[in-house]
Ligand binder design. Structure first.
Ligand SMILES: Cc1cc2nc3c(=O)[nH]c(=O)nc-3n(C[C@H](O)[C@H](O)[C@H](O)COP(=O)(O)OP(=O)(O)OC[C@H]3O[C@@H](n4cnc5c(N)ncnc54)[C@H](O)[C@@H]3O)c2cc1C
Length: 297
């Protein structure tokens, strides 16, 4: 294998880069700060036969305990920039949503407040069509710039096939920038709305624990996944160092050195009970990385 380009590190624990705090090492990890560096890394990975993946703030990610045998990319520098315009913003794929919400709100641009409590990046939010409080990325997105080993392409919102926590982005396709369209609003009213959303979060969800947000998508019937799992008596149920949150049953907390295997075992038990008691097959929202499988019910 040829020598990796500068800035590519070896054997980096992914637990450092996930909000749940689990996951084994990435064989290679790099944080390119501009598109040229990113393309050099993608070319090297293609030549070296290394699979690639991109991660943001790891807030919806469960990597295998055995790690990832390939190149993990995290976008930094110009690829995480925030540029506010008169009618919206252009955000790097690695830009933090929380920082972007603050910047556009201060500039008197409204429509992005819903993202204040989503602890991820713009690229991860596009990939997941992240949303909250009745709004989602699809409502504000105009277009994205996508890099892969095949080169660079632009895609409009409609070309991304966005639906509930879903896009048609493929593994190895990296959102390096996204353009948002927002509307004029009063910065004080925007800040007030952000405070209200954050207060609602603190009341309903575990905020200090290590989690990856909602474990399962809502199944679409009368009951949410959280309500189903609570009715199954799963609040507080633990495997190893992971447990179903006492505050919200659709959250798993790493309370004591959990492994991803502990988390998978909890997810499998939750799915089994939801199927047995409610006849519902819960689908996981969290994205897995590496050799990891949530057993079927
Ligand atoms: C406390 C908490 C609350 C949460 N609340 C919400 C919520 O209200 N609504 C909601 O939708 N989600 C929520 N989440 C989940 C999570 O924050 C979102 O899914 C977020 O969009 C993930 O972004 P990320 O950058 O952390 O992506 P990661 O978790 O790092 O990655 C998730 C997926 O996105 C892909 N990805 C990451 N960056 C890129 C990129 N640049 N280009 C292409 N693909 C990329 C990864 O390969 C992976 O498949 C919550 C999570 C936590 C911990």
């Amino acid at each position: 294998m040829s020598t990796p380009p500068p800035g590519v590190d070896r054997d980096v624990p992914l637990s450092r880069f996930t909000t749940i705090g689990t996951g084994g090492p990435a064989r290679f990890l790099a944080e390119p700060a501009d598109e040229d560096a990113l393309i050099a890394m993608l070319r090297w990975a293609a030549e070296a036969g290394q699979p690639i993946t991109v991660i943001g703030l790891g807030s919806n990610l469960l990597p295998a305990d055995a790690g990832y045998d390939g190149l993990v990319l995290r976008l930094d520098g110009a690829l995480a920039s925030i540029d506010v315009t008169a009618t919206g913003a252009t955000l790097g794929g690695g830009a933090s949503l929380a920082a972007a919400v603050r910047r556009v709100g201060d500039a008197g641009l409204s429509g992005f407040e819903f993202a204040c409590a989503i602890p991820g990046t713009m690229g991860g939010a596009v990939r997941m069509n992240a949303g909250a409080y009745g709004a989602e990325i699809a409502d504000v997105l105009v277009s994205v710039r996508i890099c892969s080993s095949a080169g660079m392409r632009m895609a409009t919102r409609d070309e991304l096939g966005l639906s509930y926590r879903h896009s048609n982005l493929q593994a190895g396709e990296i959102v390096t920038a996204a353009e948002l369209a927002l509307t004029a609003g009063d910065p004080t009213a925007i800040r007030e709305r952000v405070r209200e959303y954050q207060g609602r979060r603190t009341a309903a969800q575990p905020r200090k624990a290590r989690t990856f947000g909602s474990v399962f998508k809502n199944p679409g019937g009368e009951l949410t996944s959280g309500q189903i799992l609570e009715a199954c008596g799963l609040k507080g149920y633990a495997v190893g160092g992971a447990r179903i949150s006492e505050k919200h049953a659709n959250f798993i907390e790493n309370f004591d050195g959990a492994t991803s295997a502990d988390v998978v075992a909890l997810m499998a038990e939750a799915r089994r009970r939801a199927k047995a008691q409610f006849g519902v097959e819960l689908q996981h929202e969290v994205q897995t990385l590496g050799d990891i499988e949530i057993p079927p019910v």
